[in-house]
Design a binder for this molecule. Structure first.
Ligand SMILES: NC(=O)c1ccc[n+]([C@@H]2O[C@H](COP(=O)([O-])OP(=O)(O)OC[C@H]3O[C@@H](n4cnc5c(N)ncnc54)[C@H](O)[C@@H]3O)[C@@H](O)[C@H]2O)c1
Length: 358
């Protein structure tokens, strides 16, 4: 009989409910508790999940339940204390949401906690399970693009929502080669007060150690993808080589041109119902067998988060920023202090609306 892992999920917003639902649906897990500070959300979750123990107090739930998996799905500003609670309650695996952390100071403190405790960390960059993402990875890995020299990602959604997705999937395309330096610019201040605090637009370059150049743009100034209707799905990630390119659109399938294959394309759209089950299953696989490391492991997230935070430091301070970062800092404060107080130029009228710019 395979072991059944006991899980609690904290935070019953959109993503907490997704996680709880898919843990509950998988026989390898026993959902032994859910928690939300917000009584309405907890009630709503219980009406969908049925009979699951629940509490408004995450701490008492975690310490009494002592789960194998501690999962928290909270806003980006709520990370370190949740991670600490996950470790304190004895969980073997802690699953949480992107972005990894808002600042490098917090990221490094989290990394220290995870390493010292020897727990497994998994972060929800689950778009990668989409058939269109996997197809692009397969084409790049097949060598059909010749010598790959460039990886790129753009999203019109703002930085703290979208940039970690762009970086994680393109790092996957690039076999997680480490980055050695970055350089970036940022503009616009309207989203600094959002729950996902961000400059309205950030764009930058990344040098990877294998010679691949990364190019990223996120926010109001990033190019529209007119072929994609859903605004949050206007994300384009891909790679170019000497013999072609392959790219995925989050809500618009995939396409490639290669020397031997000509033009090819296919369907695919980000879908929680399809992406969450394998993401959840691979947590059991990793707990069963240390060799089956989850592809969304915390080390991968850390690598992407360092790139993302170094881009922010460069945007705030100017010039190139070397990686790995040697000390933690508060990149949010750095950006707030330095991003000019001038409105961002938008790339489309829809972006103007989404950024509340009239
Ligand atoms: N991976 C993805 O595809 C994806 C998609 C959307 C959102 N997200 C991420 O998921 C996270 C949560 O987003 P969401 O859309 O579920 O948000 P949400 O606002 O719907 O839910 C957040 C939950 O956290 C709870 N919460 C807030 N502060 C708390 C605190 N201090 N302690 C305990 N609980 C607290 C809220 O009560 C709520 O239940 C964010 O980091 C977001 O970026 C990821």
């Amino acid at each position: 009989m395979p072991k059944i892992y006991r899980v609690i999920v904290i935070g019953m917003g959109k993503r907490g409910l997704h996680h709880a639902t898919f843990f509950k649906a998988n026989p390898r897990f026993d959902l032994i508790g859910i928690s939300s500070r917000d009584a309405m959300r907890l009630q709503n979750a219980l009406s969908k999940l049925g009979n699951v123990p629940s509490s408004g107090d995450a701490r008492s739930l975690a310490l009494s339940a002592r789960p194998d998996i501690f999962c928290f799905c909270t806003p980006p500003a709520v990370r370190f204390d949740m991670l600490k609670l996950g470790i304190e309650c004895g969980a073997k695996l802690i699953a949480f949401e992107k972005p990894g952390a808002l600042t490098s100071a917090e990221l490094f403190a989290m990394r220290d906690l995870i390493r010292t405790a020897g727990v497994k960390g998994v972060v929800s960059h689950q778009h990668r399970y989409g058939v269109h993402y996997r197809k692009v990875k397969e084409i790049i890995a097949s060598g059909m693009l010749g010598h790959v020299h460039t990886a790129y990602g753009t999203a019109t959604g703002w930085m703290t929502h979208m940039l970690s997705h762009l970086i994680d999937y393109t790092c996957w395309f690039n076999n997680y080669a480490p980055a050695t330096w970055v350089m970036a610019q940022a503009a616009g201040r309207t989203k600094f007060t959002d729950s996902h605090p961000s400059p309205d637009y950030i764009g930058g370059f990344v040098q990877f150690s294998n010679g691949v150049r990364g190019i990223y743009e996120c926010g109001a100034g990033a190019p529209d993808q007119p072929e994609v209707a859903k605004w949050w799905g206007k994300n384009r990630m891909g790679a170019q080589g000497t013999e072609g390119f392959a790219e995925v659109l989050t809500n618009g399938g995939w396409r490639a041109v290669t020397k031997s294959g000509g033009y090819q394309s296919g369907e695919g759209a980000m879908n929680y119902d399809l992406d969450m089950p394998p993401y959840i299953q691979e947590m059991a696989d990793w707990l069963d067998d240390n060799a089956k490391v989850h592809p969304c492991n915390f080390d991968h997230t850390c690598m992407g988060a360092e790139i993302m935070l170094a881009l922010q430091r460069s945007a705030a301070e100017g010039g190139q920023v070397g990686l790995p970062l040697t000390a933690g800092a508060d990149e949010q404060a750095m950006l707030r202090a330095r991003v000019p107080d001038r409105p961002v130029f938008v790339s489309s009228e829809q972006n103007r609306k989404e950024f509340g710019l009239g």
